[in-house]
Design a protein around this ligand. Structure first.
Ligand code: DGT
Ligand code: CA
Ligand code: CA
Ligand code: ZN
Length: 565
């Protein structure tokens, strides 16, 4: 472990203790962190005796440093985190908010995360607190925006960058293997930093090339086995060199999630084994670790796909041989929501069709917006009828692709649709969605969705919760009631693949499937390039434990048509 990382852990302990209102200790940890940070030699070279002779480091902190050094983590910190119900990392990222304020906000207003903070600031609750003014509220609201953007990036923005890095590293002669690990491998919706592992015989050359890549903005640390850089795209990237014999165990460790690692380690101990990034051991004897598959099997588990490694019951399922067979990334036969220039899309109908064709789809649906002048780019009845004729003509041109006639209709604030049943009855796919009135109460919003589902023509509810990552919370919804009605009315809920929507999100996908719903994965593309976003929708479905049979657009057209009746 590097000095910087050790110091970070000590500072994090200080933050947590301060949030809990513990006296004196936070100051001690901060002083120790400062000492570690300003050391001129690597801390890993120091033993107990040298450590305690440093200013501000006593026996208890020295012990912790040695532990961090040896294991890469600290049970004391993990326990502190477990006891802390607050998303303090996000809150502390807001400029002007320190541990004392986090504590004040939690104790007096129950603020646990950025969303709570934002709503308290908007409702003018913050100015009532000691030491806070009207101005502080404005500042907080302003700074929340920055904090939200700077903390975590969308998977949709980071995955291409990481894949590009992987490619560049793969091109180096001395690199034998490269793998992306961390939250990207798990396809989490937002990403803190990029983690990459390589096998090489020549670490020095790999590190030199890595830190000199043209999109590296600055080098944060550079060592023989680990380097960290800040990329010009404003995200950090950790690169680790891994011995071949340990590739599986290191990949498993750095894929995480942290919670999953903790559970895997517990299971190992139960089996009289010890698991760490270097392998699986019985006493001193190395047992397994070349591949992840070996490790899982040695532990008596079925292989757990990275998307499932979130400690949401996958371990129990893997022990019992009851893991789902996840839907594959190549199993969709069509995309059932996209827009063209006929409404607010930026490509023509033909261009969208050509793109879907080149993706190898068997079918697709054009679902431009309805609503006439009331909706941006919405088509009126005349335009809808014209477009239907155009689609028929286009269909004649393609033998191996069927273009389904669709619309994305609007659910108004009373739950009524903005297109007559007469027109809806002529369509193959009717999608209904909420685009306004997000602030209504739970009963009203749930009622709107349910009345749309009750229309016999409506097949799909798009982006069912309306959330936009970093921009807008989901609206209030009784999801259990929505799931129940989805089954009763045969209306499918969408997993929207837009990287800032991913709606339904992973945990709701899982809930919906447990309730017995069927889902559809769409891109909701507004230009042809976005059709490739489908992988993020599939990833979200996989993170929600979806199998092929749960997703209607894995069906051949003739079966799909029956489902869309
Ligand atoms: P991120 O970067 O916040 O999106 O999420 P991750 O999961 O990529 O987390 P990161 O980059 O901090 O660490 C990569 C993996 O390394 C993580 O998923 C699990 C493992 N790891 C890192 N730190 C710890 C730790 O303190 N304890 C345990 N058990 N595992 C850790
Ligand atoms: Ca990461
Ligand atoms: Ca990392
Ligand atoms: Zn649109």
């Amino acid at each position: 472990m590097r000095n910087l990382e050790v110091a970070q852990i000590l500072n994090e302990i200080a933050d947590l203790l301060e949030i809990q209102g513990v006296q004196f200790k936070p100051i001690a940890y901060r002083r120790a962190a400062e000492t570690v940070n300003s050391l001129s030699k690597p801390i890993e070279n120091l033993g107990m005796y040298e450590l305690v002779s440093l200013p501000g480091i006593g026996k208890s902190i020295a012990k912790k440093i040695l532990m961090i050094d040896k294991t890469g983590s600290l049970p004391y910190l993990e326990d502190l985190k477990k006891d802390c119900p607050i998303d303090y990392e996000s809150l502390l990222a807001v400029e002007g908010i320190g541990p004392k304020t986090v504590k004040l906000l939690y104790k007096s207003l129950g603020v646990k995360d950025l969303d709570d903070l934002e709503s308290m600031a908007r409702n003018h609750e913050i100015r009532k607190l000691p030491g806070m003014k009207e101005k502080s509220e404005e500042k907080i609201l302003e700074n929340i925006k920055f904090a939200k953007k700077s903390i975590r990036n969308l998977l949709g923005n980071i995955l291409p960058i990481a894949s590009d890095l992987k490619g560049k590293l793969n091109n180096l002669n001395v690199v034998l293997e490269v793998e992306i690990a961390g939250s990207i491998r798990r396809r989490k919706e937002t990403i803190g930093d990029v983690d990459i592992l390589v096998i090489t015989d020549n670490p020095r050359e790999v590190m030199d090339s890595f830190t000199n890549l043209d999109n590296v903005d600055r080098v944060i640390l550079k060592g023989p086995t680990k380097s960290t850089v800040r990329l010009k795209e404003n995200v950090s990237c950790d690169l680790r060199v891994v011995p071949e014999k340990m590739f599986g165990s290191t990949l498993m460790y750095f894929t995480g999630s942290k919670e999953t690692n903790v559970e895997l380690r517990k299971l190992s101990i139960k089996n009289g084994l010890k698991l760490n990034e270097y392998g699986l051991f019985r006493g001193e004897e190395w047992v397994s670790g070349v591949t992840e598959e070996d490790l899982f099997h040695t532990l008596g588990l079925d292989y757990i796909e990275p998307e499932l490694r979130e400690n949401r019951g996958e371990m129990e399922a893997a022990l019992k041989g009851e893991l789902p067979t996840l839907i594959g990334y190549d199993e969709l036969r069509g995309d059932l929501q996209m827009h063209s220039k006929w409404s607010d899309g930026s490509n023509t109908l033909e261009e969208m069709v050509m793109e879907a064709h080149s993706m190898g789809y068997e079918y697709m649906a054009i679902t431009d917006h309805s609503g006439g002048l009331r909706i941006a780019g919405g088509m009126d009845d005349k335009h809808i009828n014209l477009q239907l004729k155009m689609i028929e003509k286009l269909n004649d041109k393609f033998e191996d692709l069927t273009i389904l006639k669709g619309l994305e209709v609007n659910i108004d604030s009373d739950g009524k649709l903005d297109v007559d049943d007469g027109i809806l009855s002529e369509l193959d796919v009717v999608i209904a969605s909420i685009h306004s009135g997000f602030r209504q109460d739970r009963g009203k919003l749930t009622g709107r969705i349910i009345s749309a589902m009750e229309n016999e023509h409506v097949d799909i509810i798009a982006h069912p919760t309306g959330r936009k990552i970093h921009q807008r919370k989901a609206y209030e919804l009784d999801l259990d009631e929505v799931f129940e009605n989805s089954i009763e009315t045969g209306t499918y809920l969408e997993v929207n693949s837009q990287p800032d929507r991913l709606d339904l999100k992973d945990v709701y996908v899982k809930k919906a499937l447990e309730a017995g719903c069927k889902l559809v994965i769409n891109t909701d593309s507004h230009n042809r390039d976005s059709l490739s976003n489908i992988e993020f929708g599939i990833a979200t479905a996989r993170r929600g434990w979806a199998e092929k049979g749960d997703i209607i657009n894995t069906n051949p057209l003739k079966d799909l048509s029956k489902l869309l009746k």
